[in-house]
Structures are given as C-alpha cells and as structure tokens.
Design a protein around this ligand. Structure first.
Ligand code: MN
Length: 696
C-alpha cells in the first residue's frame, strides 16, 4: 500500500503546486473513516482508496481528483457525510465525491447489448464532470485487480461481466486504452478461465520454440530503420489474451492458424518521419493487403492518430505495426486523461476544458453516419434523464418527463392503463418531474383511461399521441352513446312500434355506413329528427308526434349515511351521480359530499371521512364546467343550444377570462348524472364555436 508521504510525493513530482495539506487531510480522514473495515483480501479497507488514488497519479491527474479518489467510498461505506466533506475539502471535492457515490449505486443489470449501451450512456450522463468517471474507472480497475480475493464465484463473474460490458468500453470511449486492456484481461480471465489458460499455454509454447521472438523482431525493425538513418523507438508486445481470443472467435480460427499475435509500435519524433518509417518497412517486408490505415491524415474522432499496417515477417509470421510520434503515443495511452493532466504553470481551473464538448469529440470514433448521429446525441445528454423500471431496465427520457411519459415510453398499453405512480417506492402525483436514476413503478388499472388533463404536463410526443388517440376514441364512443339516446327517445315517440328492418333501411336511406355512424350523425345533428323519422317510418314525419319530454329532476339519495343526517353536495367539486364520492363530517355533524378527486380531500383535513355511494336511481346534480368559446358570431347561442338539446339547465354562468379571440366561461349546470355530463361535454367539443370544454 502507498504510504501517505509516497502518495504526496508522487503528486508533487508532476504538480509542484498541488495542495499538500489537502492531500494529507484526505489521507487521514479516509483512514479514520474506514477504521477497521477489511477488504476480502484481508487488507485494511483503507488500502483500496489509496491504491485507486495511486492509479490516478500514474495518469498525472490534479489534486482534487486524487483527493476524490481517496475519499470516494467514505460517503457510501462509512458514517462520513456530504456536509463533513464539503466543510473539510471544499464544495468542488464534495461534488466530485457525490458523483462517484452516485455512480457506484448503479448496478449493471444488463442481459443484452442494448441495455449495456444504455447503461454506459447513463453513466456518462451522470458524470457531469469527467473526473468523476476517471475516478470510477480507477476504482473498478483496482477492484478487478483484487477480484480473486472475492470468495463467491457468482459475484466474481457478475463483476467481471459488468467490467467487460460497461467499464472497459467506457475506458475505450474516452481513449484510455491501458485501463481498457487491463480490465479486459482481468475480466476475460474470470469469465473464460479455460480459454484464458489455453491461450497462455500456447503463448508460452511459442516462446519456448522461438525464444524471445518479440525482442528479436523488434530489434530487427529498429536496425532496419537505423540503417536508413532513421532513429526510432520500437516496442513490441504480444497481444493481450483477450484480443487474441476475440480474433479467434470472430474469424473462427484456431490458435495455430492465428499468425499475428505480435504487435509493434514504432515511435519517432517528427510527424513526417512516421511516413518515412512506413515506407522503409513496406519496402523490406510485404504488407498484408487491406490492413493499412492512416489515422494521421484522418484521426479518429477521439483524437487518436497513428498509422496502422500489417506485414509478413521473415518467419512467415504476420505482425501488426503501429507508427506514431511520441506526442501521438502519449495521447493514445492516456486518452482523455492526457487532456486533463496537470499542465505546468496553469491553475487547474484553466486546464478544465468544458468536458461535454470535449467528450463529444473524443467519444466519436464513429465511422458510419448512423454512428456519428448516435454520438452527436451525446451532446444532448444534459437534456436527458434516465429512469429505471422496477426490473432495472433503463428508460431514456427528455428532461421534464413525468411518470406518464415513462409509462408510454415503456409501452402504449401501460400508458393507457396508468392510474398512479411510485417513484423510489413513494406514491407521487402523475405530474411529478422525474430525476436521473429514479426508479419508477407505474400503477395500473384495467378499467382506467388516459386523462385529457395529462396533456398539460407530459413532455414526450409518444405520451401526447397516446392520450390524444384515446381521447378521440372516447369522444367517439360518447358521441355514439349520445346519438343512441336521442335515437331511442325518438323511436319511443313514434306512433307505432318499429319494424325489425327499419333501422337497416334507415341506414341505407340516409347513406351512412352502419348503426354507429348513424348514431354519430344524429348526435352531431347531421341528420335532423324529421329526416330520421321519415327514414325509419316513411310518412310519419310531421304527424302528431309528442314533443320531447322535459327533463325531470328527482331527488338524489346517498348510501352510507345515517337516515335523516343533513348533507350538502360540496360547492368546490360539484359531485354528480356517477362520481366516486366521500363524505366529510363537519363540526355541526352535517356531511359534505365531495368527489374523490377533490383538492379539499387531497389537502388533508381533520374531519372524519365517510365512504359513500350514490343511491340507486340517483338523479341530478350541479356540475361546474369551464368552456372556452371562440369569438365568433352566435357562439354563446350554440352553447346554450347544446344545453337545451340535452335537457340540462344552466344555473349560473360567468365570463371569467377574455383572451383575444377566446372567451372562458364557468358554468354551473344541472345534469342527471355523469353519463349525461359526458354526453354534454362531447356535444360541446364537437361544436365549431367551442374551443374546449372541461369539467372543473
Ligand atoms: Mn471503491
């Protein structure tokens, strides 16, 4: 384990201005906080954050990042709090530590590639400072290095899988190939122990036969270049077991057939020497067609530049060669961290490039337009949030999304049946804004339908379309129902019973498609009473048909009340028969009847609640509507006409708002029951003069 002074010296070596006191304070704080906690290896737990900090000093990261690494498990695993850390180490470190803590809570539940991809994006979106991600990657790397101490095989496999699917690709995306390679090797060893062992065995057999082939070939390359006056460093290595295995799997070849297990790097000082070296090598050894790539003239979007080629070496062995300058090499090895590393003479704040734009550049090793598109979306991550289903599936949503958006994003059926939602196990209103990392459970009920009022707060087009589609269907159903009522009323007034085939004949005669279409035409007054009567019973129209009976108001009754107790229908929510109702017992023992959705109930009250229901045959109630009329001639008359035609009495009417060409009226209306009210609303909405009609 790194000692305190060793760590401080390491940082000071590349950053003489590093805050030594801050580093010392962090070391002591973390040691005390972790106390006697142990790692699976039997080492003190405290050794882990120090080693993670050590990994990051190799990348020459600034003192705040190193301090964050030292403290990264204190909030999660000890009694230390955010406030303490903020007080001792400042808001910037506290924010970074919070960020790492947040990332650590996310567990991969990926069973497929898409889920893994989502999780990677999620982790990126959560790391609003790239240093958070760097600490997390170093944390994971150290956990992988010590993975063999974990006793449970299941757990070892899960951690290795997660590393392979999530963290190694993230390291690759930000250009940290060293970390990626080590993660892959360690994870591969855990996940495919047999393949790993066999590759290692074959490699050592190859060594036994060829001696140190890598050094010999490397030296040969270097001498060949030197013969032509070009000084170069040549580094050779066997490829990592995981990349050998991947190649074997991809090309379906055996280890014997796999000839390019060696890769070399030729490093020169000047950019033009890179091309000279390439020319010299191609002259001496035949190149393998199709393997040459020029990432100097066209660098990868993550900034990577090099020349890649493969040649057939003297021993008939294919070798891969990467050629680059020293600067390109540093960039390739350190990736984004190289941007972030302490730069001499500049305070850390000036070195901080806006990470998101940087990341967009760097993330893009995109080669196809689709890929490019995908990566440009990265820039928009700040506008997106990620929430989980109870099963751990990640759902991506725009900022401002609500549980209703979430439900529709999962499935249209789920959205249609939504009645409520739990966020992080707490029941919340459907208009609640979701946050990154929220776990959302949608509460459903088969009989429920989307509410038009949701349109006021949903953020996604999918939710909006789902609600609209449903509202349209519902309005259609209501219109059919309304038409049927009018139809039945008319049939009753006919002088004689209808013949069986009368309806079919009328449908044909009035040129409508079917019975439903006829009912809609009736409800919408496209067919007037006389025309309908004539179609149903030729010659009957104009005869002595009784006028429509006036609507009658009968007393309502309520179940659940003691006989004789006084009650009033609450003036706030205006319940009508058909509404679900609850009674509140007032101080004077009288009962106020509220609709279940009433704000008075939601705002809490000390009064007793009584579970009530409407009595059979209850009829009559005053509903309050809000109707917005367009400023067109006769608009008010149209509205009054609808009420008249439906047999509803206006009790009160007030113009509450005037906005250019829209007039908002609040109307108290006597109706029979909920179905009656809905029919009225449907007819209002259908009128051209009416912009919207809703119950208040
Ligand atoms: Mn850790």
């Amino acid at each position: 384990m790194l000692r305190q002074y060793e760590l401080v010296e390491k940082v000071k070596a590349y950053d003489p201005d590093a805050d030594e006191a801050l580093l010392n304070r962090a070391y002591v704080f973390s040691m005390k906080a972790h106390g006697s906690q142990m790692r699976a290896s039997g080492d003190p737990y405290f050794s882990h954050p120090i080693e993670v900090a050590g990994i990051l000093t190799d990348l020459k990261l600034d003192d705040e990042t190193i301090v964050t690494a030292i403290l990264h498990d204190t909030i999660e695993d000890t009694v230390a709090t955010h406030e303490q850390i903020e007080k001792l180490f400042g808001p910037s470190v506290a924010r970074l530590v919070d960020g790492v803590t947040k990332l650590s809570k996310i567990e991969a539940q990926s069973e497929n590639e898409r889920a893994a991809e989502n999780l990677r994006k999620f982790l990126l979106a959560l790391s609003d400072d790239i240093r958070v991600l760097l600490v997390k990657l170093a944390d994971r790397l150290h956990n992988m290095r010590t993975l063999h101490h974990v006793p449970s095989e299941d757990k070892r496999r899960r951690i290795a899988r997660e590393t392979m699917d999530i963290y190694a690709p993230l390291a690759e995306r930000i250009g940290m190939y060293e970390i990626m390679n080590e993660m892959q090797t360690l994870a591969f060893r855990q996940l495919e122990p047999d393949a790993y062992a066999s590759i290692m065995r074959r490699l050592s057999q190859l060594h036994a036969v060829g001696g140190d082939l890598v050094s010999r070939i490397g030296l040969g390359l270097q001498l060949h270049l030197a013969d032509h006056g070009l000084e170069a460093d040549v580094m050779g290595r066997e490829k990592h077991p995981y990349s050998i295995w991947k190649k074997m799997a991809e090309r379906h070849i055996s280890f014997e057939q796999l000839s390019d297990v060696m890769a070399f790097r030729v490093i020169v000082e000047q950019a033009e020497d890179v091309y000279r070296a390439l020319g010299l090598i191609h002259q001496r050894w035949p190149m393998v067609p199709g393997r040459f790539k020029d990432f100097i003239s066209t660098p990868k979007r993550n900034g990577y530049s090099s020349l890649h080629t493969s040649v057939i070496h003297d021993s008939k062995m294919r070798i891969e060669i990467q050629l680059r300058t020293r600067e390109m090499h540093l960039q390739a090895e350190r990736g984004l961290a190289a941007h972030w590393a302490y730069k001499e003479g500049k305070p850390a704040t000036e070195v901080k490039v806006p990470w998101i734009s940087d990341l967009v550049e760097i993330l893009d090793h995109a080669e196809s337009p689709e890929e490019l598109l995908e990566h440009t979306r990265m820039a928009m991550y700040q506008d997106r949030i990620f929430a989980f289903t109870p099963k751990g599936e990640l759902i991506q949503l725009p900022k401002g999304a609500t549980p209703v958006d979430f439900a529709y994003a999962v499935h249209t059926d789920l959205g249609d049946q939504t009645v409520g939602a739990k966020v992080n196990s707490r029941v919340v209103p459907l208009r609640t804004l979701l946050d990154n990392g929220d776990q959302v459970e949608i509460l459903v009920s088969k009989g429920q339908h989307p509410q038009p009022s949701w349109l006021r707060f949903v953020a996604t087009g999918k939710a909006r379309a789902g609600i609209r589609r449903f509202v349209r269907h519902k309005e259609r159903d209501e219109t059919v129902l309304l038409g049927r009522k009018i139809y039945e009323e008319i049939v009753e007034r006919l002088p004689a019973p209808l013949a069986k085939e009368a309806l079919a004949r009328a449908i044909k005669k009035l040129k409508v498609e079917d019975a439903d279409a006829l009912m809609i035409a009736i409800a919408k007054r496209r067919v007037d009473d006389d025309a309908l009567i004539e179609a149903l019973m030729p010659g009957a129209a104009g005869g002595d048909i009784a006028p429509r009976p006036p609507s009658q108001r009968t007393a309502i009754s309520i179940k659940g009340l003691t006989a004789g107790v006084a009650y009033t229908l609450a003036p706030c929510c205006h319940p009508v028969p058909g509404d679900r109702i609850v009674g509140l017992r007032r101080e004077d023992e009288s009962i106020e009847v509220h609709a279940i959705g009433c704000d008075t109930l939601a705002n809490g009250t000390d009064a007793d609640w009584l579970d009530l229901a409407w009595g059979d045959g209850s009829d009559g109630g005053t509903a309050r509507l809000s109707v917005i009329l367009r400023d067109v001639a006769g608009a008010l008359g149209t509205m009054a006409g609808v009420f008249g035609a439906k047999g509803a009495n206006i009790v009160n009417l007030a113009l509450v708002h005037r906005d250019g060409s829209f007039h908002t009226f609040h109307i108290d209306l006597e109706v029979h029951d909920l179905a009656h009210l809905h029919a009225i609303l449907a007819a209002l909405r259908d009128a051209d003069a009416v912009s919207s009609a809703e119950r208040l």
